[in-house]
Design a protein around this ligand. Structure first.
Ligand SMILES: NC(=O)c1ccc[n+]([C@@H]2O[C@H](COP(=O)([O-])OP(=O)(O)OC[C@H]3O[C@@H](n4cnc5c(N)ncnc54)[C@H](O)[C@@H]3O)[C@@H](O)[C@H]2O)c1
Length: 253
């Protein structure tokens, strides 16, 4: 990974207690940032805070991103503790149930949309208000290759990740002249711990995923984190409203 300097920057990561969010939190902490994690899972959150605190200043705030009061409190706690908010990575997300559209439940649809789409919308509402108070910032919203392609039996997840890209473009335009850049990331299938555990149960999963990615393997968590750090760095100062694919060629095929 390239070396970045995010010292004196305050970074908020939703869904930072595991997987891609946690790997990105670690990368920002190594680069000197103060890192706030807003996520479900108190035990995992406390553990993440302790791990990050070894390298940088860290705070875990138990948060359900479906709940506007909780998201508002997360941003308020961030500003209270660190005085500002410079960078946000909205990574909280769920996969939801796999089901054909004719038999899928409305609850399953609502659940995925509430976390993956409304959660990003709520996060941006409050993050932007805080960033404007100190002159700007950068936001990365977690989409997916399925923000730009379909997948049978995953219509709710696919819809939610397309929504993330639509919101990113629209909000990016809204704040383009107010010092805030807003981008989305379309990650290919990533070898998180949850993915590795699933592969132990059904080894065929990995082969299927790998076959769909022209580069011939899954992404590492650090490769996704690396793209987030770049998007939030001064080097990406002219990049806004875009959806960056970090997908081993998936969307090119
Ligand atoms: N792993 C992949 O292959 C992959 C690929 C593309 C995109 N993504 C996206 O990346 C993001 C992270 O995925 P991951 O694979 O690291 O998964 P993960 O399950 O390890 O992490 C998801 C995180 O979101 C949090 N979360 C879930 N629901 C929440 C809620 N209601 N409120 C607050 N936090 C909540 C969890 O606690 C966890 O910290 C997700 O948005 C996912 O859709 C993952």
């Amino acid at each position: 990974m390239l070396t970045y300097d995010f010292s004196n920057k305050v970074v908020l990561i939703t869904g930072g207690t595991s997987g891609i969010g946690l790997a990105t939190a670690r990368a920002f902490a190594r680069a000197g940032a103060s890192v706030v994690i807003g996520s479900r899972g108190e035990v995992a959150g406390d553990h993440a805070e302790a791990t990050l605190a070894a390298t940088s200043q860290a705070l875990f705030v138990p948060t359900d991103v479906r709940d506007e009061g909780a998201v508002a409190a997360l941003v308020a706690r961030t500003v209270e503790r660190f005085g500002r908010l410079d960078i946000a990575f909205n990574a909280a997300g769920i996969g939801g149930d796999m089901a054909p559209v004719a038999t899928a439940s409305q609850d399953a649809w609502d659940d995925v949309m509430a976390v993956n789409a409304r959660g990003v919308w709520l996060a941006m509402r409050h993050e932007i208000a805080a960033m404007l108070a100190t002159g700007g910032g950068a936001i990365v919203n977690m989409s997916s290759i399925y923000g730009a392609a379909g997948k049978a039996a995953h219509h709710a997840y696919v819809a939610s990740k397309h929504a993330v890209i639509g919101m990113t473009r629209s909000v990016g335009l809204e704040v383009a002249q107010r010092g805030i850049r807003v981008n989305a990331l379309c990650a290919g299938v990533t070898a998180t711990r949850a993915m590795r555990q699933a592969a132990e149960v059904v080894p065929q999963i990995v082969g299927d995923f790998v076959a769909q990615h022209p580069i011939g393997r899954m992404a590492s968590e650090d490769e996704i984190a690396s793209a987030v750090l770049w998007l939030c760095s001064p080097g990406a100062g002219y990049v806004t409203g875009t959806a960056l694919a970090v997908d081993g060629g998936f969307l090119a095929a």
